[in-house]
Ligand binder design. Structure first.
Ligand code: MIG
Length: 785
């Protein structure tokens, strides 16, 4: 499928432009524009968001899978001479009667996009195109290879199961058609709401032009105002939704392999974690737990007693997550297939014939998750797993992947384009809705969780995704290799996924394909401990990839990294709460927090873990020092507590046994004592690390970690603030803002770094290069100096 979307390119001979504006009107909060060869509809979606839908013909009324916000009534029209301006306050679109094109501007940022033509049509595609300034950078677009700034490449949105992620490989498993523009001063966003194939050319054909092309009969765009990158992401996630609080165990360390079986091996694995005192919360069962890869079955010889096994694991503080693929084996002995056929749950051709592809189970049919009835049916099928005690569901192969086409072009390794999804009576061929399959499957799984385990927080992990996936699932980045290159590449990939509204992201720690070296594993587990989703995984046929598989030195390095992750859980959990409330990522590029510091623009190998911790992993073999850029402001070395001045590069010691971590001055980092599982952690006793700085605050969030009760107010929110204008004066306050949860902090030991030793104080002592005081969780004020 060729797509040359560039309106400006000369060779696009069959190009049909929208032409001049012939008419426009504001009606029921919608603004309609007629062009010579097409039309546009504009709506306001809350402060700072405008929707523009463009089509050569009728504008279809389809339901969005991504957008959860509602249109509002802010649109106001002004008509001066022949210049028409439609605005929702923050953003405005201007057009001129009898002229082609339109321009979008922002009250705070000026002109954002200037379209010489509202759109153009080339064959079966529609595109918009605009000039881009020399300084423009691009972020977002979800899971793509390459570096943080996406300029200069062309990206396809077409969910693809491609296990070889070489540097320019595209597309991969997920389609998040959300783009952030940033020119060094102002940021703004563009979201293309389309589940069809689309393409973003960010200065590839022509360095100075951007084009967005969709293989569909309408272009549904949302313009999102800044001026900061953070504001763009917050607005985008107000539009497409935010994640729910995850169960706390899903923030622990998780161990996977293709596949752990039989049952004795799983129990043995659990024993090893406990015997070696390496924290771990989750064990994954990959496809071999099933009977002949039949979804919703157990292999009775490998797992004769799943319920007993899971109960035994639970005592040791483990949860079990099972893989669930979409394709259902064609088999006259298999009730799921028979039911699915009888009840019409599988995707069909327009002729009514069910399609059968070839996937792990052999010949298999694909459930049509666009049907409400099918989602319900699918959801309830999880009873087989939930009854055995399974806690979470891992959705794989949901691009959907299909081996049947058997071509080397992985973008074709999927179901046929003329196969249909029904969308409850508004059928669409896969050529128009391919990218929706994964999110619809997750939605079915999510609905199943809510129905079958109503009090619990769902945990779903998915490989394929579309915009808005954060409402249903965590994502992992598929089949990487045990390559240093993939360790390094995972950082910008995760960061851009985070900027695309998906905070809960991680990659296979240690690398999935091929064999890790001890050093690579050590560096990967250290980095993994600072990624939102922290799971080690390995392909079948690879050598052992457990934390102890690389010898005693690496085992103790891994233990320490994982223990640090657990110790930081009070901080991390609160940061997840912030992600739920703001849509901002947990693992974030420096540019998000330090947009005005030009030195951070090109940094692909450092990131923020939450708002106060800067992580600088080693991503090459042999390196025992590394260059670290500390943005403007004061910093502390997390390991040595040494105070450092930012706005400069430092050469950091990076011995194999630790990862370089820095904390912003003013930060308050709540920590707990690590245990073998979150289940055994004591969150009533905490350690607060205070890094003295002019000012700083942290909202400590606490709830039961498992249920939905927090939605009804069963949570605590404690605002911790500190002020230290100089090393000779320090003020601290704890304020209880919400106290709906009976558990949580009862005792906290606080240590303050960066103050002088010889200060007067009451109830505080100086010891081991820090001031110390204690708290009991009630409102408090502390003064030193
Ligand atoms: O065709 O279930 O990305 O994590 O272990 C491979 C087996 C199927 C791909 C997933 C990988 C998983 C594997 N799956």
């Amino acid at each position: 499928m060729m797509m040359t979307g560039n309106c400006g390119s000369k060779e696009a001979t069959r190009k049909i432009t929208a032409g001049k504006v012939t008419d426009c009107r504001l009606e029921h909060n919608k603004f309609y524009v007629a062009f010579e060869r097409g039309q546009a509809r504009m709506e306001s979606f809350g402060e700072g968001i405008l929707r523009i839908t463009l089509a050569p013909g009728e504008i279809p009324d389809s339901e969005s899978l991504a957008v959860v916000a509602e249109p509002d009534d802010r649109l106001a029209l002004s008509d001066e001479q022949d210049l028409v301006t439609i605005s929702n306050g923050a953003l405005a679109i201007q057009l001129r009667a009898d002229q082609p094109g339109l321009s979008v501007s922002s009250r705070c940022s000026g002109t954002l996009l200037e379209l010489e033509q509202a759109f153009c049509r080339i064959g079966k595609t529609l595109s918009v195109s605009a000039r881009i300034g020399e300084s423009m950078m691009f972020f977002g677009l979800g899971e793509k290879t390459g570096f943080l700034d996406r300029r200069g490449r062309r990206y396809i949105m077409w969910n693809t199961d491609d296990p070889l992620h070489t540097p320019d490989k595209d597309p991969l498993y997920k389609s998040i058609p959300f783009l952030i523009f940033f020119d060094g001063e102002r940021a703004y966003g563009l979201f293309l709401d389309s589940i069809a194939r689309s393409e973003f050319d960010l200065g590839y054909e022509d360095r100075e032009r951007l084009s967005v092309t969709v293989n569909d009969s309408c272009l549904d765009l949302y313009l999102i105002d800044g001026p900061s990158i953070a504001e763009v992401v917050m607005r985008y996630t107000r539009l497409t939704g935010r994640m729910e609080m995850p169960p706390i165990w899903s923030l622990g360390f998780q161990q996977c392999r293709f596949s752990y079986y039989p049952q004795e091996r799983v129990l043995e694995l659990a024993e090893s974690f406990r015997a070696r005192q390496i924290p771990c919360d989750v064990i994954y069962l990959d496809i071999d737990y099933m009977d002949g890869y039949r979804i919703f079955t157990w292999d009775a010889s490998r797992f004769p007693e799943p319920k007993g096994m899971i109960a035994r694991l639970e005592e040791q503080g483990f949860r079990v997550v099972t893989i669930v693929d979409p394709a259902i084996r064609k088999d006259s002995d298999y009730s799921v297939y028979l039911e699915g056929t009888r009840e019409g749950h599988f995707c069909k051709f327009p002729t009514g014939e069910v399609y059968h592809g070839e996937v792990w189970p052999g010949t298999a049919a694909f459930p049509d998750f666009s049907r409400e009835k099918t989602r319900k049916w699918w959801g309830f099928k999880h009873t087989v797993l939930f009854d055995a005690g399974v806690s979470g569901i891992w959705n794989d192969m949901n691009e959907p992947s299909d081996f049947k086409p058997g071509t080397p072009d992985r973008t074709l390794a999927t179901v046929p384009n003329d196969l249909m999804m029904d969308f409850d009576g508004k059928p669409q061929p896969f050529s128009k809705c391919h990218n929706a399959y994964g999110i619809l499957m997750c939605r079915a799984t999510h609905e199943g969780f809510r129905a079958l385990k109503p009090g619990e927080r769902p945990f779903i992990l998915t490989r394929s995704a579309y915009a808005g996936i954060q409402r249903y699932a965590a994502v992992w980045t598929g089949d990487n290799y045990s390559w240093w290159e993939h360790l390094a590449a995972s950082i910008p990939m995760h960061l851009n996924i985070g900027l695309s509204g998906i905070p809960f992201v991680g990659g296979d720690v240690g690398g999935f394909q091929s064999n890790s070296s001890p050093e690579l594993y050590a560096r990967w587990v250290q980095l993994g401990a600072f990624t939102p989703f922290f799971r080690a995984h390995s392909d079948r046929g690879t050598r052992d990839h457990e934390p102890w598989s690389f010898g005693p030195e690496v085992e103790s390095i891994a233990r320490r990294a994982i223990q640090l992750r657990y110790a930081l859980l009070p901080y991390l959990y609160s940061e997840f709460r912030r992600a739920c409330e703001t849509g901002l990522p947990v693992m974030r590029p420096l540019i998000l927090d330090f947009q005005d510091d030009r030195n951070v623009y090109g940094i692909n190998d450092q990131f923020m873990f939450g708002k106060d911790i800067l992580v600088a992993p080693v991503v090459r073999p042999g390196d025992r020092k590394r260059l670290v850029y500390l943005p403007h402001g004061g910093w502390y070395d997390f390991h040595t507590k040494e105070r450092l001045e930012g706005g400069t590069y430092i050469i950091a010691d990076a011995p194999l046994d630790r990862i370089s971590v820095y904390v912003r001055e003013g930060a308050i980092i709540p920590m707990a004592r690590s245990a073998e599982s979150t289940r055994f952690m004591d969150f009533s006793t905490l350690w607060f690390e205070l890094y003295a700085g002019p000012e700083g605050s942290f909202d400590l969030y606490e709830d039961d970690g498992l249920t939905q009760d927090y939605r009804d107010g069963a949570f605590n929110l404690r605002r911790l603030t500190q002020q230290s204008p100089s090393p000779r004066s320090f003020r601290f306050r704890l304020e209880n803002l919400a106290t709906g949860y009976g558990g949580g902090l009862k005792k906290a030991y606080a240590a303050v770094y960066g103050l002088d030793e010889d200060l007067p104080s009451e109830g505080c002592v100086y010891e081991n290069r820090a001031w110390h005081f204690e708290l009991d969780g009630s409102d408090a004020e502390i003064r030193i100096g």
